[in-house]
Design a protein around this ligand. Structure first.
Ligand code: HEC
Length: 228
């Protein structure tokens, strides 16, 4: 009985060890057919459903309002759009986005969505492993500077290796767009860190503390009370 129990326990530990050490594979919606075409199709599905284009494709004004410029699909912040520096900001606001929705200003400085196309100014020189490591570790090309907000790498790092490889294969298959995205502008020390708390004895916040209504227009009389 005891021997049986310890065998089961040993089996469980072994299994647990194997599953926790094994690279993340499979998972819901992942492609297991192994063919390149199926991987590319799966990568396309993931890119379309996770909204990479929301930040990595420049937006332009179309007949029905803002739309993604498909001629520049996933090519990042257009090099021709000059950003003079971090956006001026007053509390309670802390981040701002430029007109093309590809440059982002906040406590981290200014970050520009990267060119994800296979051009040499994009991911052309990257290996699949560098791509997977960048998303997993939040480090440029997997071992460089921290990748700054708002790139949601902490969320995408939960994808399986199969998913990330499929995304990379899809990105390799899209039209190459030559676009040298500018280097980020450093913000606070330790880029990506939240703003430090005010030092003891520091002068009061230059902006009056927000009222309970946070500057929103007054509610009509008889309207239900705001809870937040
Ligand atoms: C909310 C906006 C946003 C979304 C959504 C987004 N990105 Fe990004 N991404 C960025 C920004 C901004 C940068 C540049 C960050 C920097 O320079 O530090 C970036 C950088 C990158 C980089 C370059 C990393 C490096 O090592 O330099 C890759 C690769 C990338 N994104 C892939 C993706 C993929 C794939 C998706 C969708 C699965 C995606 N991004 C979705 C904003 C976004």
């Amino acid at each position: 009985m005891t021997q049986h129990f310890s065998k089961v326990l040993f089996g469980m530990l072994l299994l647990g060890g194997i599953t926790s050490c094994a690279p993340k594979q499979g998972g819901p919606g992942s492609d297991s057919s192994g063919t390149a075409a199926a991987s590319i199709e799966h990568g396309k599905y993931l890119v379309k459903t996770t909204g990479c284009g929301d930040c990595h494709t420049p937006w332009t004004m179309g007949p029905n309002g803002p739309m993604q410029d498909t001629t520049k699909m996933l090519s990042g912040h257009p090099a021709g759009i000059f950003i003079p520096g971090p956006a001026p900001m007053a509390p309670p606001w802390m981040a701002s986005i430029d007109m093309s929705f590809t440059a982002f200003s906040g406590p981290w400085g200014v970050s520009y969505a990267a060119n994800l196309t296979p051009d040499s100014s994009g991911l052309g020189g990257w290996s699949q492993d560098q791509f997977i490591q960048a998303i997993r570790t939040g480090k440029h090309m997997g071992n460089g500077r921290p990748i700054m907000p708002p790139m949601p790498w902490p969320a995408f790092s939960n994808m399986t290796d199969n998913d990330l490889a499929s995304i990379f294969m899809y990105l390799r298959s899209i039209p190459a767009v030559s676009n040298n995205v500018p280097a980020p502008i450093a913000g606070l020390p330790g880029m990506g860190a939240p703003p430090p708390p005010p030092a003891a004895g520091a002068p009061p916040n230059p902006v009056a503390p927000p009222s309970a209504d946070q500057g929103r227009p007054p509610m009509p009389p008889n309207a239900p009370k705001r809870t937040k």
